[in-house]
Design a protein. Structure first.
Length: 522
């Protein structure tokens, strides 16, 4: 018969190594947790330069041995069943202090933490009877330099006590517990109580277990609060995360989603439809509750292109200014709601120009529910269905040095229409493929050439150079007198920089039949 083996432990080495599993914050949380489980109604925390004292008015500790009995919590069966008490609490205090003193009921002991960790016998003494339990740690240092122990404890208590159900005082001052206010609008869910903030993303939430924060930091100032059921299990030994965090977080997210939906439905019932759209329209879209908007006869202006801020042409999404306010369904029906069949051609810009010129609305929100009434109203424009009709051609140039290889055509009038609708709308400029049509009153034409950011020819001065080139092109096209044409074509260097050799000079320029410079005669 072969040898047998069984689990053995080097108890003292295991206990010594556990110092790496705890941190000072979890130590402070364990002391609060023990007082809460002892049914305390008030916890007094005191700190000076190197000692920390926690006194509660709870039921006390029947057997002080249970306080330093690893994996034996000493709590009654109901508490162990409800909260999965591990019996690791006071152990965490031993690694951050030099001496531990405990007084509960009529018993007390005092010992160095090194003795306790080494398993040395600790003498328990008779003491004057007292209600509750007092625990004092001597030789405690703040976890990092540059802060006093008092300041560090206060900072930690502000975080730990935010949702703590028991009153806590520190050095004579009550610690704020904003989430312990019974007037807060908690919602009961399968994972516990949830406090919804409709200004927060449905993905941002913060959890508390048995009154103490646990798990991830949402990393934002707006988030939902989840007070988990007491029987959910934290991960040993410092209980900073849930045991089954991945699965539990999915369950928590589902509960938050449901509570968020309920809060939106209540807000919808208590507000006018216009206000609900303006305040919570985007929230519904971003939180997968778009269906709540289906029966509201208003749309948010932010769902459509803001033509004033972003006129037709190349646009940069990070510069888009979303307007506030709402638009009634009947107004949209009369004006027309459009989208554009996107392709890779520059005809998309022509379609944008047509929608703007016709005072139509270009829908840019794609998170609407399929059954939303806007989806039934919207009409689609294939870019190649827009007809461009220029008036008299005043000037054109196919060889200008611009950021994009486009032809410029200057015309006295310019109109857009659809191939299946003869109604025409006047515009001042439009791009159709590789041709940009410009009227003499056009402005900001460079937007039809390039976005100047992702262009292969990116240059800090590229847009300014193109603007100068276009201004010259328009000036030349408007000029009937050859002398005015030449004046428009003069470079800044020739116009504004002194040229000593040309002082008081009169020259004659001779051009050939194609308008190219043939000769210069002085």
């Amino acid at each position: 018969m072969g040898d047998t083996i069984r689990l053995k432990t080097n108890q003292q080495r295991l206990i010594a190594n556990l110092r790496h599993a705890f941190n000072p914050s979890s130590m402070l949380g364990e002391l609060l947790q023990n007082a809460r489980r002892a049914k305390a109604s008030h916890i007094l925390v005191e700190a000076d330069d190197n000692s920390l004292t926690v006194i509660d008015d709870g039921i006390g500790i029947a057997d002080l041995q249970s306080l330093i009995f690893i994996a034996e919590s000493g709590w009654d069966e109901e508490t162990q069943e409800r909260e999965n008490a591990f019996g690791m609490g006071v152990l965490s205090t031993l690694y951050f202090s030099e001496c531990l003193w405990v007084h509960s009921g009529s018993k007390s002991f005092s010992a160095s933490t090194a003795e306790i960790i080494a398993g040395e016998p600790i003498q328990v003494h008779e003491a004057p009877p007292r209600a509750g339990t007092g625990i004092k740690l001597d030789g405690v240092q703040p976890p990092f330099s540059g802060i006093t122990l008092q300041d560090w404890v206060w900072q930690q208590l502000l975080r730990l006590c935010e949702a703590f159900p028991v009153r806590v005082s520190f050095n004579g001052d009550d610690v704020p517990r904003p989430l312990a206010d019974p007037a807060l609008a908690w919602r009961e869910t399968p994972v516990g109580k949830i406090l919804i903030d409709l200004n927060a993303s449905y993905l941002h939430w913060r959890t508390f277990l048995q009154g103490l924060p646990i798990g991830r930091d949402p990393g934002t100032t707006n988030y939902h609060i989840v007070l988990l059921r007491d029987d959910m299990i934290a991960r040993l030994p410092d209980r900073q995360h849930l045991l089954n965090e991945t699965e539990d977080n999915q369950t928590i997210q589902a509960a938050v989603n449901q509570a968020f939906r309920e809060a939106l439905i209540e807000a919808k019932a208590s507000m006018s439809s216009e206000n609900f759209i303006e305040v919570y329209g985007n929230t519904c879209l971003a939180s997968l509750n778009a269906y709540l908007l289906n029966d509201i006869p208003f749309a948010h202006r932010a769902w459509f292109r803001n033509w004033k801020a972003v006129p037709p042409g190349y646009s940069q999404f990070w510069e888009r200014i979303k307007p506030g306010g709402v638009i009634a369904e009947d107004v949209l029906g009369k004006a027309g709601v459009w989208n554009i069949d996107i392709d890779d051609s520059d005809d998309t810009l022509t379609a944008e120009a047509y929608i703007n010129a016709s005072n139509g609305f270009l829908l840019e929100e794609h998170r609407l529910h399929p059954d939303h009434w806007l989806n039934r109203m919207v009409r689609s424009i294939p870019p190649d269905h827009v007809t461009v009709r220029p008036g008299q051609i005043l000037h054109e140039d196919r060889h200008l040095p611009l950021a994009d290889a486009v032809d410029l055509v200057l015309t006295d009038t310019l109109f857009l229409s659809l191939t299946d609708n003869p109604v025409e709308y006047p515009v001042s400029a439009v791009r159709a493929g590789d041709v940009i049509y410009i009227t003499t009153d056009a402005s900001d034409v460079t937007r039809l050439i390039s976005d100047y950011i992702f262009d292969d020819r990116y240059d800090d001065n590229a847009e300014d150079e193109d603007a100068d080139t276009i201004r010259t092109f328009v000036a030349v096209g408007q000029s009937q007198d050859p002398a005015r044409v030449i004046d428009a074509l003069l470079s800044d260097q020739l116009r504004y920089t002194p040229q000593s050799k040309l002082a008081n000079a009169t020259v004659r320029l001779v051009f050939d039949e194609q308008g190219r410079l043939k000769n210069v005669i002085s």
